[in-house]
Design a protein around this ligand. Structure first.
Ligand code: DON
Length: 567
């Protein structure tokens, strides 16, 4: 009798779950671009094309990385950059893996309390707008480090097409028109003199970058040192100081991109390779996946109440740990292995129940011995030799600090806001930090960027990543789950509606009009606060999937102008 009752209850529950489980699309034929050999997926067609031309010429994924990274500075100044930084995770054709950290760092003159007033309060805008917000840029060092170690084509072949693009100009899309308009007030606040982006730019206009082209010409001629020691460095420092900034020649001279060991872990039969600190991405992704591994997500159904509960609760716990433990490993001790261990994950979920939401106020960091924001940009590349790279690069906010160096033709980042200006006070992504992420000269600020590569059966399966500030980690997570657990195509996986929880604020952000009302009511009844207002889009994922027949499928996010190009 008891068994019968249990069976009946179970059946009712399953039916209820089925009803609310909403699959984004049932159209199994909805595939992204499929090609035989090689592919680049990025935020702009021009950048993907430049990368693909390099691959067609016989260049490898690393040559294409260098070209695409620089081309995004021209085609997508919203986030693509010379004045910012980023991370790359790679896997070569013979299975060798690694990671490159070209994250910005704090200037030598930075101090722990530089964003606080005399009363200890955070000074509004100081870490986000204008010269004081700028970290020492790393992208040019990242491009050269990649090319020096792995590149196969001469640097001229890589940079010249980007210079040509900068002179020829970019045709503005509707989305770019809107973004420029939206930020023009801030451009006026951050810049003493008029800048290129103050003009009224409309979709289909062509915007040309002669100053940037000239900067790139000098970099082509003199190499990385041009940006960090040469004439460009001196002009950048003069500009920064003229605008009240603290970056000096010594800061630029001392900047180095660093090779890091990526975070690797298993989930089911997948091996996941992701970014190590100073990004929180890999560790946080590992923690969440480890916490949800024991649960049967497939049975619960995609974006069903139960699946959302399990994922949310794992995210809540992982982000609480992020806030406390993670920072630049060259300055603080990050207990990475412990945080991603099976025992720790199991223990962390022991107080989770399907009956009721856990309250974030009752969750702190565990014990072991971070909106609509897509201002970063990600690209994924797979070449015909089987090498793959996954690169996320950023100015932090939209157009970074909004400070535009007209002389050199690029925006400067506002990455200093990724430090914890004051323990417990949220940054622009609502992320709260602690001592581990406090400001120290030359330290790298904690990131959420999660460039990731996935292997299955020892072979490359996917290269994936996204912008989105604190939502980066959870967007990468859901894309991997969509392919692995829910058998979606790469394009479906990228397009599917997303949700996000980051411990504090204690709410599930959901993309509006993407989830059933009934599902939302059910989650609310269980104690979850749902916010459909602050995040019109969550993430803007670009990825490449290797199909069982060896062909490549691109997933270029419908949320942007993102485009897959290949051959
Ligand atoms: O490194 C980070 O985590 C942030 N600076 C990324 C910023 C970002 O993704 C902006 N777009 N939302």
């Amino acid at each position: 009798m008891k068994k019968l009752l249990l069976f009946t209850c179970g059946l009712i529950f399953l039916v209820a779950c089925k009803k609310t489980a909403k699959t984004y699309t049932t159209d199994e034929t909805k595939r992204g671009l499929i090609v035989e050999n090689a592919m680049v997926v990025s935020a702009r067609e021009e950048a993907s094309k430049i990368g693909t031309e390099i691959l067609k010429k016989g260049g490898n994924a690393f040559d294409a990385m260098a070209a695409t990274e620089l081309a995004l500075a021209v085609a997508y100044p919203y986030a693509g950059n010379l004045g910012g930084g980023g991370f790359m995770v790679y896997r070569t054709s013979n299975g060798e893996i690694g990671a490159l950290d070209f994250r910005e760092k704090a200037p030598l003159a930075a101090t722990k309390n530089m964003y606080l007033d005399s009363l200890g309060k955070v000074i509004p805008d100081k870490s986000t707008l204008g010269a004081m917000a700028v970290g020492v840029p790393g992208s040019v060092a990242g491009v050269f480090a990649t090319h020096e170690k792995f590149g196969s084509l001469p640097i001229e072949d890589i940079i010249q097409p980007v210079i040509d693009l900068a002179y020829k100009g970019i045709v503005i899309t509707k989305k770019q028109e809107e973004r420029i308009k939206k930020h023009q007030e801030s451009f006026l606040k951050a810049n003493k003199n008029p800048i290129l982006f103050d003009s009224i730019w409309k979709a289909k206009d062509t915007i040309k970058y002669p100053a940037l082209a000239k900067t790139l010409e000098r970099i082509l001629k003199n190499g990385k040192d041009e940006f960090y020691k040469g004439e460009t460095a001196q002009r950048l420092v003069n500009f920064m100081q003229d605008n009240g900034g603290i970056i000096t020649m010594e800061d630029l001279n001392r900047y180095e991109a660093k090779w890091r060991t990526p975070v690797t872990f298993e989930y089911d039969d997948l091996k996941i390779i992701s970014m190590a600190p100073p990004s929180s991405g890999g560790i946080c992704l590992a923690q969440i996946l480890k916490m949800i591994e024991p649960y049967d997500l497939q049975e619960y159904g995609h974006n069903s109440v139960k699946a959302i509960q399990v994922i949310t609760e794992a995210e809540r716990r992982a982000y609480a740990d992020r806030s406390f433990y993670l920072g630049d490993p060259d300055f603080v001790n990050v207990p990475g292995d412990e945080l991603i261990s099976k025992n720790y994950s199991y223990d962390r979920m022991s107080n989770f129940s399907f009956e009721k939401a856990t309250l974030s106020s009752e969750v702190s960091h565990g014990k072991v011995d971070v909106i609509e924001s897509n201002e970063t940009t990600h690209f994924s590349i797979v070449d015909s030799f089987g090498n793959s790279v996954s690169v996320t690069t950023t100015l932090n906010g939209a157009f970074g600090s909004k400070l535009y160096c007209s002389d050199l033709g690029f925006f400067l980042n506002n990455e200093m806001d990724d430090f914890s200006s004051k323990p417990g006070v949220p940054n622009m992504f609502g992320l709260i930090g602690a001592e581990a992420n406090s400001i120290v000269p030359e330290k790298r600020m904690l990131s959420s960027m999660t460039p990731t590569i996935v292997e299955k059966d020892g072979k490359l399966l996917m290269s994936v990543g996204t912008p989105g500030g604190s939502t980066i980690i959870t967007s990468v997570l859901q894309t991997i789950l969509n392919v692995h657990e829910y058998k979606m195509t790469m394009q479906q996986a990228v397009d599917a509606p997303r949700f996000h929880h980051q411990w504090l604020p204690d709410e599930i952000k959901m993309e509006p009009n993407s989830f059933d009302k009934e599902l939302i009511y059910q989650l609310e009844a269980l104690g979850y606060k749902i916010n459909e207002e602050d995040a019109p889009v969550i993430g803007k994922v670009d990825g490449v999937l290797v199909l069982p027949n060896g062909k490549l499928e691109g997933g270029a996010d419908r949320r942007g102008d993102d485009t897959a190009v290949g051959y």
